[in-house]
Design a protein around this ligand. Structure first.
Ligand SMILES: [Zn+2]
Ligand SMILES: [Zn+2]
Length: 423
C-alpha cells in the first residue's frame, strides 16, 4: 500500500523564482529553498514551519539555493546536494552577504548560518542511493543544467517521486544532457519554464553568436557579452574558443570564481580539457588595469550581470554605449522589468543614474539551459507519471502546458502559491 503524498508550495508556483516545496509521505522533505531577485528587492518563499526530516537542493542557482542558510537560524536539518552545488552555493551565499552589506541592508542569514548549513550538508554524487530514514531514500541524477545540477528521485516506501529542479535533456557545450534513465515514476514535479516553445538547435545559436562577435571585432568594436556568472560564462568562453573567434577575450567578475569551481569538478563536465584550454587562453580581469587594457583594442568582454542588474559590466557600458561599432550580447533569459529586458524592448539603459539611448547594437541569443517543450514532453513520456505537478513557469505558460498535457491524458496540476496538494 502506497503512502499518501502531500505537497505544499512555498514558491515557484506559477512563477519563476524562489523554488521551495515540502513533500510529505512518511518523511517530510523540503525540495529547494530559493529566492526571487526582483528589481525592487528580494522575494522569499513562504515560511516552512515544523520539523523536516531532510532538505534537498537541486542546484546552486539562487532561485533554488539562496534562502537555505536562513533555515539554519532556527533548526538544523540534514541537507543533501552534490559537491559542486555546495561549492557554488557557498560562493553565492557569501556574495549575498557582501551585496547586503554594501547596500546597507540586513540579510536573512549571517556567516554563522552559512557555516552551520555547510556542517549539516551531506554532499552526494549522482547515482548513489541514500537513505533518508528507514522509510525513504533518494538518488541524484545528472540534470544537464549547470555544474552539479541534479534530478532528484525520492522513494517513499515504494512510491516514487521525481523532482526535476531545472534540467536540460539536450546536449550543450559543457553538458551531455540530463540522464533521464531513472525508471518509471509515480509523481513528477517538473519545471515548465519553456512549456510553450522549443529552443533553436544549439549548434545554430553557437554559430550565429560567434559570427556576430567576429563581425563586431572586424568593424573595430567591442563585443560585450552579458552572461550569468555560473555556467553561462564558462560556456561562452568555451564556445568562443571552439569556433576560433579571432580576438582577445576577457573574463570579468564573479565568473572567475565560478570558473575555478568548474575546473575543480572536471568529471562533471563533458570536455573538461577543452574548457580548461579556453579558460587558460582568456584574459582574466583581476585588476583595474586589465579593464583598461580590454578597452584599448577591439575585444570580447564576457562579464556579469547577465540581466544588466549591476556588476562589472557597468565599468564598460558607460564608456561604450555611444559606440555604434560595439555590441551588447545577451545570452540568458531576461526577466520582466530587468534592465536587460528594458534595453531589448526600448534601446534605453540607465547609466550613472541617467536614462540614455544606447547606440551599441543589442541582440539576444538562445543559450538556454532549460528543457524546451519537446524535451519536457519527451522526459514526461519516458517517466510515465500518474501525477504531474507543474512548477517554475510563468502563469500563462503553465496554464497552456497543463492544457496540452491533459489533452495527452496526463493528470496534471499547476498549483498556486500556498496550495497544499494531496495525491
Ligand atoms: Zn537554474
Ligand atoms: Zn531555476
Amino acid at each position: 500500500m502506497h503512502h499518501k503524498l502531500k505537497i505544499s508550495f512555498h514558491g515557484a508556483a506559477r512563477e519563476v523564482g524562489r523554488s521551495c516545496f515540502v513533500v510529505e509521505a512518511g518523511d517530510r522533505v523540503m525540495l529547494d529553498c530559493g529566492v526571487k531577485l526582483h528589481p525592487k528587492g528580494v522575494e522569499y518563499p513562504l515560511p516552512v514551519k515544523g520539523n523536516l526530516d531532510a532538505a534537498i537542493i537541486s542546484h546552486a542557482h539562487l532561485d533554488h539555493s539562496g534562502h537555505l542558510p536562513h533555515l539554519f537560524s532556527s533548526s538544523n536539518t540534514l541537507t543533501y546536494m552534490t559537491p559542486p552545488t555546495l561549492d557554488i552555493s557557498k560562493l553565492l551565499w557569501a556574495d549575498t552577504l557582501k551585496i547586503a552589506d554594501m547596500d546597507g541592508l540586513d540579510a536573512p542569514f549571517s556567516e554563522d548560518e552559512i557555516v552551520r548549513t555547510e556542517r549539516y550538508t551531506f554532499p552526494i554524487n549522482f547515482g548513489k542511493k541514500m537513505d533518508i530514514s528507514q522509510r525513504s531514500s533518494m538518488e541524484f541524477f545528472d540534470a544537464g543544467h549547470i555544474l552539479g545540477a541534479a534530478l532528484t528521485k525520492l522513494d517513499f516506501g515504494g512510491r516514487k517521486l521525481m523532482y526535476t529542479g531545472d534540467f536540460k535533456p539536450n546536449e550543450t557545450r559543457l553538458h551531455t544532457g540530463a540522464n533521464l534513465n531513472v525508471g518509471k515514476v509515480d509523481d513528477l514535479i517538473i519545471e515548465s519554464c519553456y512549456g510553450d516553445r522549443d529552443h533553436p538547435p544549439r549548434k545554430e545559436s553557437e554559430r550565429l553568436f560567434c559570427e556576430e562577435v567576429q563581425n563586431t571585432i572586424d568593424r573595430g568594436g567591442h563585443a560585450v557579452v552579458a552572461a550569468f556568472a555560473v555556467g553561462r560564462s564558462a560556456e561562452i568562453i568555451d564556445v568562443l574558443n571552439e569556433y576560433k573567434v579571432g580576438a582577445d577575450v576577457y573574463l570579468d567578475g564573479m565568473a572567475l570564481k565560478a570558473a575555478r569551481i568548474y575546473l575543480k569538478y572536471a568529471n562533471y563536465i563533458k570536455k573538461p580539457q577543452a574548457l580548461k584550454r579556453a579558460l587558460d587562453r582568456a584574459n582574466w580581469v583581476l585588476k583595474e588595469k586589465n579593464r583598461k587594457e580590454a578597452l584599448k583594442r577591439p575585444s570580447v568582454i564576457v562579464t556579469t550581470s547577465g540581466m544588466l542588474q549591476g556588476g562589472p559590466i557597468y565599468y564598460y557600458l558607460p564608456k561604450l554605449y555611444k559606440d555604434a561599432n560595439s555590441k551588447i550580447f545577451l545570452t540568458g533569459y531576461q526577466v520582466a522589468d530587468t534592465p536587460g529586458r528594458r534595453l531589448l524592448e526600448t534601446g534605453k539603459l540607465v547609466i550613472d543614474k541617467h536614462e540614455v539611448d544606447v547606440r551599441m547594437e543589442v541582440e539576444k541569443f538562445d543559450f538556454s539551459a532549460h528543457a524546451g517543450k519537446s524535451e519536457l514532453l519527451h522526459a514526461i513520456k519516458k517517466w510515465d507519471p500518474d501525477n504531474i505537478v507543474l512548477v517554475h513557469g510563468d502563469e500563462k505558460i503553465e496554464e497552456q502546458f497543463m492544457a496540452d498535457l491533459k489533452r495527452e491524458g496526463f493528470n496534471t496540476v499547476a498549483p498556486r502559491l500556498g496550495d497544499v496538494l494531496e495525491l
